[in-house]
Design a protein around this ligand. Sequence first.
Ligand code: 13P
Length: 344
Amino acid sequence: MTVTDELQATIEQMVQPGKGILAADESLPTITKRFAAITIEATKDNRRAYRALLFTAPGIEEYISGVIAFEETLTQSSADGTPLPEVLAQRGIVTGVNVDKGKGPLALSPGDIITYGLDGLAERMQQYKSQGARFAKWREVYAITERNPTVLGITANAEMLARYAAVCQEQGIVPIVEAEVLIDGDHSLARCAEVTEAVQQEIFHALHRHHVVLEHMIFKPNMVMPGKEHPVRASAAEIAAATLQVFRRTIPAAVPSINFLSGGLSPEEATANLNAMNAALPDAHWALSFSYGRALQQPVLQAWRGQADNVVDAQRALLKRARLNGAASRGEYQANDESMNSLS
Ligand code: 13P
């Protein structure tokens, strides 16, 4: 199989109507924080048990086409000893891996943030591929202040994403290109729209400069909405309208799928907003789906609390959110679906 055939096969498996992606790529500090909130310790075995719970949840393969894993996950196994990437593959779910090395300040550009991890990336990618990964994720983060992100911040971040995506495609790995304009702050919806548009314009310019094939990538953006400290909240319909206006201006039709991050939204808000996008633009060039972390996992962690006796309930909680987001990706979700149990 050529590299192009490989990329095409992976994209076809990842982009399917009514399906999205589960982001389960929490780094060690992040999973430690999530487990602390349910008063359990992030021991190696608890991390393994939790991921096995997620990946073996009955029925999720109907709504989840891919899972983004943290690198440690690629070497872990389910209770019966099956490697976790194999557990996913047996269910027709593609394994991906977060390949960035986290973020820090952009030197000499106060308030701007940059992500690390390009050195040795091609070699790491070969290793992940041999462990079963078929796609990757890299996230750049943009904080909104009066002066940030600066033009330099926007340009430097776009360059990182494009270089990462090019390395991925050269290795036959589908890149998820993630650009998160943070929800923190008191900025308006219009300010978020302005920043998101500038960020995305620059990213697609950089992807073009670096010869990234748009048909063989997935874009993972924030939704356009007011900051969480802003006095006025926006409705799902307003968020959808503002987000889609930016996308029409910035994202080429060749991109097969846009899979949103949830970025601190409640599970219900994340689902309602995604549904509003698909209801507003049913014939979009791109699929509009999800790649949620917290909005899929929050109810699962609450149900599980580290207890083996709670695994079945926790898996039902995951199936419910996966099913509702699957419906939202078709524009078929209704708020009263929230009160139904996971099997209905
Ligand atoms: P959230 O949905 O919790 O924002 O996580 C998605 C993700 O992959 C962030 O990098």
